[in-house]
Design a protein around this ligand. Structure first.
Ligand SMILES: [Zn+2]
Ligand SMILES: [Zn+2]
Length: 109
């Protein structure tokens, strides 16, 4: 029955997971210095207290660490493509959030 050469989700999950929250990337964001990737909210929160990459400790821009990160659309698309339902789940989560908090922006819980 498994004649297809489909990648097994568990084999690629480590490459699609955020080292900070251990979940799949949400708004994947990459540090341009070392190319490590995180959820946007995870790395932004981390950089409020540190200017170092949480994985390899490379130092980011010391006064403006946020200028060393870029949102990674390609990576996020891969996550959505390879993780069925994730996109829908995330959109659903946001819809709910905005419904309950019409005046706020999404935050990490
Ligand atoms: Zn994360
Ligand atoms: Zn790094």
């Amino acid at each position: 029955m498994n004649a297809t050469t489909k990648v097994k989700l568990k084999d690629i999950t480590p490459n699609l997971s955020c080292p900070l929250c251990k979940g799949y990337f949400v708004d994947a964001t990459t540090i341009i210095e070392c190319l490590h990737s995180f959820c946007k909210s995870c790395i932004v929160t981390h950089l409020e207290g540190s200017e170092y990459c949480p994985v390899c400790d490379v130092q980011l821009h010391s006064s403006k660490p946020l200028s060393s990160i870029r949102s990674d659309q390609m990576l996020q698309e891969v996550v959505y493509k390879l993780v069925p339902g994730l996109f829908q789940n995330e959109m659903e989560r946001r819809r709910k959030f905005y419904k309950e908090h019409p005046n706020s922006i999404p935050t990490t819980q």
